[in-house]
Write a protein that binds this ligand. Structure first.
Ligand code: UDP
Ligand code: MG
Length: 309
């Protein structure tokens, strides 16, 4: 029998986690053609999540549980899940029931038809703020303009991937992963799967603005070096502007057109503008250098405190 594995990253999800696991179990039990396992990753929750997960896993041997020593982030939790699952088809799903588990049989159908990456594409996104929708749209626009891989819009981490794909991802040692980008980047037979994204069943988002910004920078820095090349263009432009100004100043001096000795405004504007451009450039470089530093330390992406298998 083929086996289906489901990865659920959980961080402070005490309000929804039981309902989530129950719904997943119900779907899995109804899959008569497959064996199943549910891989729950507790990403250092500080509420009762771990306690609830432990009880749930005691009652069902198909539930595997890993808990981290602290919060390492959503992408690290999914990465860990990918490492330990043993299924032929692997599904990544959020704990908050925004992605309905009842869609799993349809995704498996697409997998049986020979697709190797079946990614959820959000037709409708319920219960998300206009700010989140707008920033997400801008992010995917920027990312696709900058990077060479086409990363589908309106796609999150909800997807089904084949064993081959999991093995490929597991061979990648990189830190600060942007998994949805990596899944596109590796190729294989990919197909979208449209669905309506629901409102969070309970609780609040575990992706505050700082985590969202970190994920967005990981996406851009991880999939493009174009921002680094931006400096060259900026530098060239400012050299051209300075030449034009020099010529203008010389003409003014020779023909006595304007008195340029009172140049406070222009000097201040030029100094602050170029200081800003330079600091921004250093910041962009720092994003890359920081990640090179992360890689060179070779620290693990997460630390497992406990696992039940
Ligand atoms: N999550 C996690 N670690 C984190 C943040 C989030 O494991 O540091 C999990 C969270 O429990 C959920 C999934 O990642 O299962 C997606 O988070 P959330 O639903 O809060 O994100 P949103 O849908 O608001 O973008
Ligand atoms: Mg969510």
């Amino acid at each position: 029998m083929k086996k289906v594995s489901i990865i659920v990253p959980c961080y402070n999800e005490e309000e929804v986690i039981e309902q989530c696991v129950n719904r997943l179990e119900a779907v899995c039990v109804s899959l008569e053609k497959y064996e199943y396992e549910i891989m729950l990753i507790d990403d250092g929750s500080r509420d009762r999540t771990l306690e609830i997960l432990e009880t749930l896993s005691e009652n069902n041997p198909c539930i595997k549980l890993v808990s981290f020593s602290r919060n390492f982030g959503h992408q690290a939790a999914v990465t860990c899940g990918l490492k330990y699952v043993t299924g032929d088809a692997v599904i990544i799903i959020d704990a908050d029931l925004q992605d309905p588990p009842e869609l799993i049989p349809q995704m498996l159908q697409l997998w049986e038809e020979g697709n190797e990456v079946i990614y959820g594409k959000r037709k409708v996104r319920k219960g998300e703020s206009a700010f989140k929708l707008f920033t997400a749209k801008m992010f995917y626009k920027t990312l696709n303009a900058l990077s060479d891989v086409e990363i589908p819009r309106d796609t999150g981490d909800f997807r089904l991937v084949d064993r081959k794909v999991v093995d490929t991802i597991n061979q990648m040692p990189e830190h600060n992963k942007f998994l949805r980008g990596l899944f596109s980047w590796i190729g294989y037979k990919q197909t979208p799967f449209e669905y309506e994204r629901q409102e969070r069943a309970a609780g609040k988002t575990k992706y505050p603005l700082n985590k969202m910004l970190k994920l967005a920078t990981d996406g851009i820095v991880g999939f493009s070096t174009k921002p680094l090349r931006l400096f060259g263009t900026l530098g060239l432009l400012s050299v051209l502007v300075s030449f034009a100004l020099l010529i203008y100043a010389m003409i003014s001096y020779i023909w006595k057109l304007n008195d340029l000795s009172a140049g406070w405004t222009s000097i201040m504007v030029a100094i602050t503008f170029f200081a800003g451009v330079q600091l921004l450039s250093i910041w962009i470089m720092a994003e890359y250098i920081g990640r090179i530093y992360d890689e060179s330390k070779k620290r693990p992406e997460y630390i497992i405190a406990k696992k039940n298998f």
